[in-house]
Design a protein around this ligand. Structure first.
Ligand code: PGA
Length: 252
């Protein structure tokens, strides 16, 4: 059965000791009966320690990986290195990396393949800026991002990819997409996947929502049939809020 997915993206927040404390608080609030996959993505310097410290249901994600293999690439870390530290997931294509660090569709395509080749599972982000939403071209925008990233992959490769729809105007702004807006885009993505891959691959693909998801709106978002979980930024930095969001997903 398809498992829901919930991931906390901690971005560049928290020093090592507080980050570890937060992980322990989250862990102790989650029982082993949780059926969703629960993932946290701490800052990169802590990944190895987190991967060995994580117990129970928590899985560890990196917030990115390099597009290249090993070699003379100062400052980069490869997907294979992440795997060798016990990291299971990597976020690719987050809008903050697309916009702030020049990650083009081409770079994201390479990163995605590097991650899959190294056996990592991928949280692949897509989503439109405000002006695109206002010009009502957001479906084309998201389709284009996904086409660049996913074209040429096999149906089975898609099993290792979770798609995160994150409208940029909703990230860190407190302005959430309505449950209806999220459902509409998720259904569009699933339909597009069924055309590019096949119906059963599309049905089995987890599509999660990100952008100011919090305990007060999680129930509505997760009640939508095509919303299979969430990518949580700000609210994942507070154990009680993150646990409340995981619980909302469990109770959907
Ligand atoms: P937010 O961030 O929940 O703080 O809006 C989501 C994300 O950037 O993944």
């Amino acid at each position: 059965m398809m498992k829901n997915v919930i991931a906390g993206n901690w971005k560049s927040n928290k020093l090592m000791a507080e980050a570890l404390r937060l992980m322990k608080e989250i862990e102790s609030g989650l029982t082993s009966e949780i059926s969703a996959e629960v993932i946290i993505a701490p800052p990169a310097p802590y990944l190895s320690a987190f991967a060995s410290e994580a117990k129970g249901v928590l899985q560890i994600a990196s917030q990115q990986c390099s597009a290249t293999g090993s070699g003379a690439f100062t400052g980069e870390f490869t997907a294979a290195m992440l795997g060798s530290c016990g990291v299971k997931w990597v976020i690719i294509g987050h809008s903050e990396r697309r916009e702030g660090y020049g990650e083009t569709d081409n770079v994201i395509r390479k990163k995605l393949r590097a991650a899959l080749d190294s056996g990592l599972q991928v949280l692949l982000c897509c989503g439109e800026p405000l002006e695109v939403r206002e010009s009502e071209t957001h479906f084309d925008w998201v389709q284009n991002q996904l086409m660049h990233a996913l074209s040429g992959l096999s149906n089975s490769a898609l099993e290792s990819i979770v798609i995160a729809y994150e409208p940029i105007w909703a990230i860190g702004t407190g302005k959430t997409a309505s449950a209806g807006q999220a459902q509409e885009m998720h259904a569009f993505i699933r339909n597009w996947l069924s055309i590019c891959f096949d119906r059963s691959t599309a049905r089995g693909c987890r599509i999660i929502y990100g952008g100011s998801c919090k305990p007060s709106n999680a129930d509505d978002l997760f009640a939508q049939p095509d919303v299979n979980g969430g990518l949580i930024g700000g609210a994942s930095l507070n154990a009680a809020d993150f646990i409340a969001i995981v619980t909302a997903l469990e109770n959907r």
